[in-house]
Structure formats: structure tokens, C-alpha cells
Ligand binder design. Structure first.
Ligand code: SAH
Length: 255
């Protein structure tokens, strides 16, 4: 059995109980060494064998899984954050399907949630934005033309940009040309929830200079949107005393 396991954003205790159990019971762990906190491997059994996928091809990863399957060894494939976001899991799953090797997926705390927690941020504030756009700049992996930064920026919704810290100047220019005001607040969160986390609030226009000043080129999320602006949102209707929900009757009008 192969388990694709979300390792969370970095902090050793930010994984699920299920992930902890799977890690501690695995005979083999294949982990994404470029982003996974090595402290998580301390949860593994002393006899567990480790493979760092940063130095492996897809075929090599699958070979390890297939060899383990033949011997009845449980494999954990550890992916940073949640495996469903830029995890490259589909290609592994399809190869496992061909080999008739069973697998399952265990979710994790994505780094975009870890970054929001670090900033005490709510991405979906009434009156500001009710959507979160998760995207990236095109790099070696291209982004479909209809998903351009400019087209998403035109919504002025909350945006969280993965895999783009190395292209932050271009990103900032494209966010502005797409329709964000240049003074819209933005944030850079480097290694969210790790011990050496760094976080900076700036504006979309000053993203590049902020990243340059702090020497941030990778392992960072960029957040853009007015949800970072304090005090301009509307309070929720859910907890409004004048509002009836299926769980709570509104307060009677005062006389
Ligand atoms: N599946 C992961 C994302 C993998 S893509 C998740 O759910 O978080 C790798 C990118 O994720 C990095 O380039 C960076 O943009 C972001 N990332 C991953 N961990 C991070 C962290 N702790 N802090 C900030 N960004 C992080």
C-alpha cells in the first residue's frame, strides 16, 4: 500500500493524527526533500528506510514503490502542505494504477493555510473578497493562457501565489496591469510555520523591493488583496444579532 501524505507547511506538529500514524508505521518513506521539514522524519520507525525524491525521477520513485509492494512493505509518499496542490501526485497514481498497486491520500495543512495563520489573516472577508484565487506564475510548468495573472488580477479578489517568489518583479507588474491598484496590500510569507519563518506586509508595488531586501527567492507565498487592509470589511451576517439563521433566532427589536 502506498499512502500519499500531506506533511503540512513545515511545523513538526502541524500534521494530522492520521498522517502521524501512517508515518510511524511506514517501512519506506519517500519525501520531497526540498520542502519537507526533516524533523517530521523523526516520527518514523527506527527501521524505516528513507528516500529523498528531490534527487529522483518519477520512474525511480515508482520503482521504489513497486519493490516495496512486492515485499508487502507500506510506503509513505510525503508531500509538503496538502498533496492536492502542485503535488505532482496524479502521474504517480496513474503509474500505480497500471501496476495495480493500491494507494490512498491523506490530506495535510496547505502552506496557504499556514501562511494565513501566521498573518492572523482571513482570506474571505465580507465586503472585500469572497474568493481565494490560488495560482502561480508560469515557469518550467506553463500556465494556460486563460489563467493569466492579469485575468485573475482583474477580479481584485484575494490571490495566493505559489512557486512565484523568484519572479516577483514580473508578478507585481502583471498584478497591477491586470487591474489591482498598486497600493493594494500584499504579503510575503517565507517558510510559513517553520522556526525560521519570515513574513512581510508591503504593497503590490513594493513586492520586488521587499523580497530583494530580505533575500527571498523561494519557499515563499505571495498574498495580494484588500483582505490584508485592517478595518475595512463588513462584519458577518452569521453572527449578526438582527439576523435569523436555522440555528438562532434574531433578537427581538428593542422597545
Ligand atoms: N502542496 C504544497 C505546495 C507545493 S508547491 C502546499 O499545499 O503547500 C511548492 C511551493 O509551495 C513553494 O514554492 C512555495 O511557494 C509554497 N510553499 C510550500 N511550503 C511553504 C511554506 N512553509 N511557506 C511558504 N510557502 C510554501
Amino acid at each position: 500500500m502506498v499512502n500519499f501524505v500531506g506533511a503540512g507547511p513545515g511545523a513538526k506538529d502541524l500534521i494530522t493524527i492520521r498522517a502521524y500514524k501512517l508515518i510511524s508505521q511506514a517501512g519506506i518513506i519517500i519525501y520531497a526533500g526540498s520542502l519537507i521539514n526533516p524533523k517530521l522524519l523523526e516520527y518514523a520507525d527506527s527501521k524505516c528506510k528513507f528516500y529523498n525524491s528531490a534527487t529522483m525521477t518519477l520512474e525511480e520513485v515508482i520503482n521504489v514503490m513497486a519493490g516495496a509492494d512486492k515485499k508487502g512493505i507500506d510506503v509513505v509518499r510525503l508531500h509538503t502542505g496538502d498533496p492536492c496542490i502542485y503535488g505532482a501526485i496524479k502521474e504517480q497514481m496513474e503509474m500505480l494504477d497500471k501496476l495495480k498497486i493500491p494507494y490512498a491520500c491523506c490530506p495535510g495543512v496547505s502552506s496557504f493555510c499556514g501562511a494565513a495563520a501566521s498573518l492572523n489573516l482571513e482570506y474571505t472577508l465580507p465586503g472585500i473578497s469572497q474568493s481565494v484565487i490560488i495560482t502561480r506564475m508560469g515557469g518550467r510548468t506553463s500556465v494556460p493562457a486563460k489563467e493569466s495573472i492579469e485575468s485573475f488580477a482583474s477580479h481584485n479578489a484575494t490571490m495566493v501565489l505559489f512557486l512565484s517568489a523568484g519572479m516577483i518583479g514580473e508578478l507585481s507588474r502583471r498584478l497591477i496591469s491586470g487591474g489591482y491598484n498598486k497600493n493594494t496590500p500584499a504579503a510575503i510569507v517565507y517558510k510559513a510555520t517553520w522556526e525560521d519563518e519570515e513574513k512581510y506586509i508591503c504593497t503590490i508595488e513594493t513586492l520586488e523591493e521587499t523580497a530583494y531586501r530580505h533575500n527571498i527567492t523561494k519557499t515563499a507565498l505571495i498574498i495580494a488583496g484588500n483582505v490584508l487592509e485592517p478595518g475595512i470589511y463588513k462584519r458577518s451576517e452569521l453572527y449578526n444579532p438582527d439576523f435569523t439563521t436555522s440555528y438562532r433566532q434574531s433578537a427581538p427589536p428593542e422597545v
